[in-house]
Design a protein around this ligand. Sequence first.
Ligand code: MN
Length: 240
Amino acid sequence: MENKSRRKFIQNSLTAAAAITIGAPLLKSQSLFASENMADGFQFTQVKLPYSYAALEPSIDSLTMEIHYSKHHTAYIKSVNDTIVAEKISFNNEKDFFANVSKLSAKARNNGGGAYNHNFFWESMAPGVNKAPKGKLNRSIEASFGSLDKFKEAFTSAATTRFGSGWAWLIAVDGKLKITSTPNQDNPLMDDVADKGTPLLALDVWEHAYYLKYQNKRGDYITNFWNVVNWNKVAERFSK
Ligand code: MN
């Protein structure tokens, strides 16, 4: 090889090597972007807790609230969002996600339910400022269940008899109130649950929701839940 063509060859080789070196990190960062940071549709977000960890004491103790919100709930949010990316799940919103949940993996279903249900649960409670439902909600509760006390009895029964882990719900179906319960992290927005409807009030009856304070006494936890129900929020959901 003449000196001139050798120089040319080296120059070409260097250019090619540089292109590969530049190309490699680009491809790597593109694939990282696609696999770790990007989803076509919506992702779940964790609501800001609308009160302090200690705000619902003594009905719900501060340590339970902190672990429940910052560990359990945060893990559901992260897992469902990782799953949305890994399984290329693309929906516009939570409602569509749950309306198609029977087509999704168990991982997407369980963590999606956990993400949504806890957001809903935190906002179902508030430090004891509104102890009873008013207006249209109160009239509907009386019409459907006889009285507020009878409603509480029926809801408590649903929450107490839910075997293992799950949730008790008050839902609206075609404007009518109904009490139901779901296993695991299922919820009434899911397309394949027995009782579908618009969630109005939820109670988490997983042991992690009460065991530190109440141990095996789920009944006492449910009794004290009534002290912190945010009836204004329930009424707002019912009015939509
Ligand atoms: Mn929980």
